[in-house]
Design a protein around this ligand. Structure first.
Ligand code: C5J
Length: 231
């Protein structure tokens, strides 16, 4: 069963019956809270906070239907063997990846800062994908897992729009997934980059995918209904 979704640049469809996963990118304390990696780069982390409530609403809708949810965390092994110099030595942060901050070592798996913020914490049955890159397919084995689960459509939320969300969505489109980004459920430290990223994704006839608001997605799903109980 397909579900019609009003979207930009034209109407999209989502696959029903659990074939559409909600993808929540990197809603980690290290990006969203003071003292983390995002702040070490000089960013105002409060700019990301408006995405939290829309993501929570999407999570509730997916959970009510029993549809698949996956969360990603950008993080590295404690010995940094999966963090190339091309990433670690980039820019002029006050602290680099792996150095100790107020929430533990920055972007290191298992540290408090690398975990998902409490408001959006994964449920026990949800997938949590630790990724060393910006894109969610690099070095994660995710494509094979999605294929095995019969997932064909992905709805994207999270941070930051033009970095890890956009990279993951482009990687997903190249692998054959139909993708929608949820405009109010994604944020950037740079509002103009968010706008530009969404424009690039949706330009040229949805060259990477579609864009919809969380209200449009929730309305299309008939939020709160459990599709398995009320087909
Ligand atoms: C960044 C991300 N901004 N999650 N990561 O480095 O977008």
């Amino acid at each position: 069963m397909m579900i019609d979704l009003p979207a930009r640049p034209f109407a999209a469809q989502l696959a029903g019956d659990g074939h559409t996963a909600l993808v929540v990118i990197d809603m980690q304390r290290d990006f969203v809270e003071p003292g983390g990696f995002g702040a070490s780069l000089g960013n105002d982390v409060t700019l990301l906070h408006s995405a939290i409530a829309p993501i929570a609403a999407l999570l509730a809708a997916w959970r009510a239907r029993g549809w698949p949810v996956l969360h990603t965390r950008e993080c590295h092994l404690p010995d940094l063997s999966d963090c190339p110099p091309a990433k670690r030595e980039r820019g002029h942060p006050s602290l680099r990846i792996g150095e100790p901050g107020t929430m533990g070592r920055l972007l290191i798996a298992g540290e408090a800062g690398a975990d998902i913020i409490p408001a959006l914490y994964p449920a026990a049955n949800e997938w949590v994908i630790d990724k060393p890159g910006k894109g969610m397919f690099w070095a994660t084995g995710l494509h094979e897992r999605l294929q095995a689960a019969g997932i064909s459509h992905l709805v994207f939320a999270g941070v930051t729009t033009e970095v890890c969300v956009q990279t993951s969505m482009r990687e997903a489109n190249d692998r054959g997934y139909d993708c929608v980004i949820v405009e109010d459920a994604t944020e950037s430290y740079f509002p103009e980059f968010k706008r530009a990223a969404i424009d690039m994704i949706t330009a040229q006839g949805a060259i990477v995918g579609w864009c919809a608001t969380s209200s449009q997605v929730l309305a299309a799903l008939g939020a709160g209904k459990n599709q398995h109980l009320e087909p």
